[in-house]
Design a protein around this ligand. Structure first.
Ligand code: ADP
Ligand code: MG
Length: 765
């Protein structure tokens, strides 16, 4: 049985409506050990013949048999397999991978050897054999034509395939080098079938065992020149060998699946190793792609972080400040709850705790606290009795006017890292003392001001009175001569500095009068608070007045500390007076209270029970629809943000696409060469993916660096929205998918072209 047999082979080229005959009616049979010289005029079909034999071109007519097996039914994968097993191809224009070193070029053909060291050893042996032992580290692009062709021969031998095809291998070489190359070819392929296309028969005359002449696509003549003894023994060997391989394939069927898996793993290994070589082979291009991907990834990070918090199309509008397990209750009849009422309800309906005056809980976002050093005020939520555990700078609150601040880390520069730098803050008119600070990194969370339980109640009263009810004070002074001086102040401010029941009036006129008469006057000050009382029965609210009189002995002339912060006239009363008044008014008019359960689920269950018992009970996770205008505004804002974000993503996709296609174009001819060498398409594919993946790694490193920078620099933390682990995961996976997809598209394009074309297309650049 012949090694290779062509029966009536015909190949027609159709391009742009023109039909050209490549070869027709070719009948040839080849054996191992033959050196076949193919000659013919230009355009006679010599290259076509080799391309058909190599499986790089299909044939339309006849049948080609390899070791007696027909090939006309072969599809792309079978041809890959065929080339891998049988064919080494040597081109006129060398077709080595210019960016690879001599050694890498040869090792590429040795990918079938699993062990890396073994691969290297074999490559070095082969390079010594073709006389390139001293050039192994040289890049392909730096070699002379002869050296390139030697590399190609070493590569062809590396595959140890039974058939070596050479298409005018010396066409670009001078005659001396040509002779050397032909001699080398003959020497290294004594046991193989060697088919050499040449237009210079004299050059091969001494070595060839057979001369095939092609004319106009058909075989004109086929002479055997000499049949050497060695060739015939090789023939015998060839037969036994092919017999062996048939046996092997039979026994291999036993564990077909395990074999397939093993092959797949091997392909991955080879692909990754190839990817690394590809990455390193074109360092400038690789760096360029890395930089683009880094810029893209960091841009995505920045855009996600900057727009991140604003994109919230499904933001909920809670009726109350949502605190897990909170239920807001009120009486259906409009009756005001007493503390005892709330306590009883709390016990009857199994609440963990209750809060009488809960208005401060819902004031959160409207309370901006300003620190002179920081440009923007910070919205706070209020809470009480929370223990934040470790890492508190300072301590937890103990007194009523003390607060523990739970702040985003970006505020650390102002409030201090080791000790509390800002000792007191203003909550509207109320001065609070900062006893401790704790910082958090997730700046999508709100800052909190944490009081003691009593402190929370006290501040609620102070805040309620000074902000909601705006007390004012009118002062009348009776002078020694019986005449009267009157004045009034618009603001009354609670002071932690004043003793219980004391009043201080800051008023320039009053001060000068008191000085002039040396305290020999009688002062009558009336503190007045107007509040509304809503009657559910008549559904009308009536304005009520609370009033408290201060006389001489209750008035102090020692300005409290709080007076420093106030310009113009104001009156200051002790906080205890403030609580008293506020509590009294709240007890008459505040109809709501909060109950706390362990979870929202428990809260809902309790709320249902309370409702059926005739109470108004609203779990704090109850939402409402905002009015249309607000809704439209927020939706438009969200959509704009989303668009900005999407544009950033699309831009990145564009960049990735651009650089992948650029890098693919640069690798196009290399891919073709690899495939012409019979490296499986899967390995080449994995190699390209691996290379892109390697290019992505620095981008990931930069993402990590960007994340750490933002995380560790408090001021930056204030600018960039905190991204959660899942968001980072999303960016990483997204980048990977994007790169894979774009690479896949490029690979698809690459592999649609046949091998011959992609080599040509590549070398044309
Ligand atoms: P040779 O190598 O002997 O110079 P070729 O095998 O390259 O000749 O070409 C044989 C014939 O097939 C020529 O007429 C040539 O024009 C045609 N041919 C070769 N390749 C193609 C192709 N890709 N498309 C169309 N025609 C082709
Ligand atoms: Mg040709």
């Amino acid at each position: 049985m012949a090694l290779l047999e062509l029966k009536d082979i015909g190949k027609i080229y159709v391009s742009e409506g023109n039909v050209a005959v490549g070869i027709r009616g070719v009948n040839l049979s080849f054996e191992k050990g033959e050196f076949v010289a193919v000659t013919g005029k230009s355009g006679s079909g010599k290259s076509t013949l080799l391309n058909v034999i190599s499986g790089m071109d299909s044939y339309e007519e006849g049948e080609m048999l390899i070791c007696g097996q027909p090939t006309s039914h072969y599809l792309q994968p079978e041809w890959e397999q065929y080339r891998q097993e049988y064919i080494s191809f040597i081109f006129q224009d060398y077709n080595i991978i210019e960016s690879f070193t001599v050694l890498q070029n040869v090792e590429l053909a040795l990918l079938h050897i699993e062990d890396k060291r073994e691969r290297r050893k074999r490559a070095l042996e082969l390079l010594n054999r073709v006389g390139l032992g001293d050039r192994i580290k040289q890049k392909g692009s730096k070699l002379s034509g002869g050296q390139k062709q030697r590399t190609v021969i070493a590569r062809a031998l590396a595959k140890d395939s039974p058939i070596i095809l050479a298409d005018e291998p010396t066409g670009n070489l001078d005659s001396k080098t040509s002779e050397e190359i032909i001699e080398l070819l003959r020497e290294v392929s004594k046991d193989k079938l060697l088919i050499v296309v040449t237009h210079n028969f004299e050059q091969v005359e001494h070595f060839a065992t057979r001369h095939v002449r092609i004319y106009d696509g058909a075989v004109e003549s086929d002479h055997r020149i000499a049949t050497t003894a060695s060739a015939q023994t090789e023939n015998a060997d060839a037969n036994t060998e092919s017999g062996e391989s048939a046996e092997q394939s039979e026994s291999g069927q036993i564990s077909e699946r395990a074999k397939k898996r093993k092959a797949r793993i091997a392909a991955f290994k080879k692909g990754f190793s190839l990817g690394g070589t590809l990455f390193a082979a074109k360092p400038k291009l690789s760096v360029f792609i890395c930089v683009l991907l880094i810029i893209g990834t960091v841009a995505i990070f920045a855009v996600t972080s900057v727009c991140g918090d604003s994109i919230n199309l499904f933001e909920k509008n809670y009726m109350f400040e949502h605190i897990e397990g909170r239920v807001v209750i009120a009486s259906n009849s409009g009756k005001v709850f007493s503390e005892d009422d709330v306590k009883t309800i709390s016990e009857d309906y199994g609440a963990n705790s209750y809060l009488m005056y809960d208005l401060l809980l819902d004031y959160g976002m409207s309370n901006y606290v300003y620190v002179s050093e920081a440009e923007n005020g910070l919205p706070f939520k209020f809470s009480y009795g929370e223990h934040l555990g470790k890492n508190i700078v300072g301590r937890e609150p103990e007194a009523n006017n003390e607060v523990l601040l739970y702040l985003p880390i970006s505020w650390q520069p102002y409030f201090g890292k080791k000790e509390v730098k800002i000792k007191s803050i203003q909550l509207q008119d109320i001065t609070l003392s900062v006893c401790g600070v704790k910082y958090f990194y997730d700046n999508t969370k709100d800052a909190k001001m944490i009081f003691t339980k009593d402190g929370f109640r006290a501040v609620t009263c102070l805040y309620y009175l000074s902000q909601r009810l705006s007390p004012n004070i009118s002062v009348s002074v009776i002078l020694p001569d019986g005449s009267q001086f009157s004045t009034s102040t618009g603001t009354v401010i609670p002071s932690f500095d004043l003793k219980d029941g004391e009043l201080y009036i800051k008023d320039d006129m009053l001060e000068s009068i008191i000085k002039r008469y040396d305290n020999d006057i009688s002062i009558h000050a009336n503190l007045m608070v107007y509040y509304k009382n809503y009657d559910y029965g008549t559904q009308q609210s009536t304005e009520k007045l609370y009033s408290k009189i201060f006389l001489n002995d209750e008035i102090t002339f020692e300005p409290p500390q709080e007076a420093d912060n106030v310009f113009g006239s104001a009156a200051f009363v002790s906080v205890s007076t403030f609580y008293e008044i506020a509590e009294e008014i709240l007890a008459k008019s505040y109809r709501q209270a909060s109950l706390f359960y362990s979870s929202d689920k428990a809260a809902h269950a309790a709320a249902a029970k309370l409702q059926s018992a005739g109470y108004i009970a609203v779990p704090s996770d109850t939402t409402f629809e905002p009015d249309a205008y607000e809704k439209i505004l927020s939706t438009v804002l969200n959509v704009v943000m989303l668009l900005i974000w999407l544009i950033a993503i699309v831009f990145l996709a564009f960049v990735v696409n651009l650089c992948t296609s650029r890098s693919m174009a640069a690798f196009k001819s290399d891919m073709g060469i690899m495939r012409s060498m019979g490296i499986p398409a899967a390995v080449v594919r994995i190699g390209i993916y691996a290379r892109m993946f390697l290019s992505l790694l620095p981008a990931y490193a930069f993402l990590l660096a960007a994340a750490l920078t933002v995380f560790l620099t408090p001021l930056l933390n204030g600018f960039f929205t905190f991204l959660h682990a899942w968001q980072y995961a999303l960016i990483i996976v997204g980048m990977l998918l994007l790169t894979l997809r774009v690479t896949r598209k490029q690979i698809g394009k690459l592999f649609r072209e046949n091998v011959k074309k992609s080599i040509k297309g590549g070398s044309a650049e």
